[in-house]
Ligand binder design. Structure first.
Ligand code: PLP
Length: 351
């Protein structure tokens, strides 16, 4: 606390990002980064843009990238919004649509940044408990609300909600904005982007940080009706007109253009996930079915914090959340086959 802080910021409880360790011989399975680097064409694009033009501001509307994304998903550029990481896109989304007289609804177990944005912007919210098996029951989402947001696949569980259920949710809530955070959709889910033309209340948010290996560049996007996108642009242009720099935009365009590389890497991670899941189960772990690049697992004999601490002393870091219902779970990012092997070897000694 400081006497210089405004009352609002004195009351915030900010999001705590996963550790980025200073030593580099650790097996880092704690923040869901991609274990593979970006396409070589992405690196070429960055090199190609590193010239005198950096003295100029970037395109404030990221037109080139919006056209590329629109082309990729069969949308128009007016249906695409670009931001500095999807966390920034989420922040603008909360500010633009969720400050309502009725509460925002989201699951009790989900991306822990959502309540942080609510406290930042003074948004009233209600959490809806997931079922015992961590699946989402649509029932409670028919109550009057000022918006709905959830991650699909969900974080940190990895569970996927079907397209049919998403459509039901959208039709039942035509008066509120429904936001689907698809940070992990490329690892086996079916994107709701295809529904954007039919549901003007749908906003789909994605990121290049996970499946496209660009967490270090900070690029996120939203796709939805012109109405919703225009709302986001109003917030962006009242905050920071140039969220994406020249190098990041060139890199992002190149990432979408090298679809062969992208698909190959996603498939590799999906295959590793299934192998890792089987190996964890063989060690006695209960593992939730995951369509993401991570697994959410608990062990009946050893508590999660103990396992995490012992893994750390073996040079492997995973993520633990101090939250009721999931405090005995670990979220484990799927690594390369060699990293996953090091994890399993360490776990064999611990258990
Ligand atoms: C990683 C993640 C984000 C943030 O992604 P950035 O684009 O890197 O800011 C958003 N939502 C969920 C559910 C995530 O896991």
């Amino acid at each position: 606390m400081s006497r210089y802080w405004s009352p609002t910021i004195s009351q915030l409880s900010p999001y705590i990002p996963g550790e980025q360790p200073k030593v580099d011989n650790l097996v880092k399975l704690n923040t869901n980064e991609n274990p593979y680097g970006p396409s070589p064409r992405v690196i070429e694009a960055i090199r190609g843009s590193a010239d005198d033009s950096l003295r100029l501001y970037p395109d404030p509307t990221s037109t080139g990238l919006r056209e590329t994304v629109a082309d990729y998903y069969s949308l128009t550029p007016e249906q695409v919004f670009i931001g500095n990481g999807s966390d920034e896109v989420l922040a603008h989304t909360f500010f633009a649509f969720f400050q309502q007289s009725r509460p925002l609804l989201f699951p009790d177990i989900t991306y822990s940044f959502y309540p942080v944005y609510c406290s930042l912007y003074g948004i009233d919210y209600r959490t809806i408990p997931l079922e015992e098996d961590f699946t989402l029951n649509l029932g409670p989402y028919t109550q009057a609300n000022g918006g709905i947001i959830f991650a699909n696949p969900n974080a940190p569980t990895g569970c996927l909600l079907s397209r049919e259920k998403i459509e039901q949710l959208l039709s039942h809530n035509s008066d509120s904005v429904v936001v689907i955070d698809e940070a992990y959709i490329d690892f086996g889910g079916d994107s709701a982007v295809k529904l954007v033309d039919n549901y003007p209340n749908l906003l789909v948010i994605q990121t290049l940080s996970k499946s496209r290996s660009l967490a270090g560049l900070r690029i996120g996007l939203a796709m939805g009706s012109r109405d919703l996108i225009d709302g986001l642009v109003r917030v962006k242009d009242s905050f920071n007109s140039y969220p994406i720099d020249r190098l990041a935009e060139a890199a992002a365009i190149a990432a979408y253009k090298d679809d062969t590389f992208f698909k190959k890497i996603c498939l590799r991670i999906i295959e590793s996930r299934e192998r890792l899941n089987a190996n964890l189960q063989a060690l006695g772990f209960q593992v939730l079915p995951s369509k993401a690049n991570f697994l959410f697992a608990s062990h009946p004999k050893l508590d999660a914090l103990t396992i995490a601490a012992r893994l750390r002393s073996e040079g492997v870091i995973v993520r633990h959340f101090k939250q009721s219902r999931v405090e005995n779970y670990l979220r484990i990012t799927v690594g390369t086959p060699i990293q996953n092997e090091r994890l399993i070897t360490a776990l064999k000694q611990i258990i």
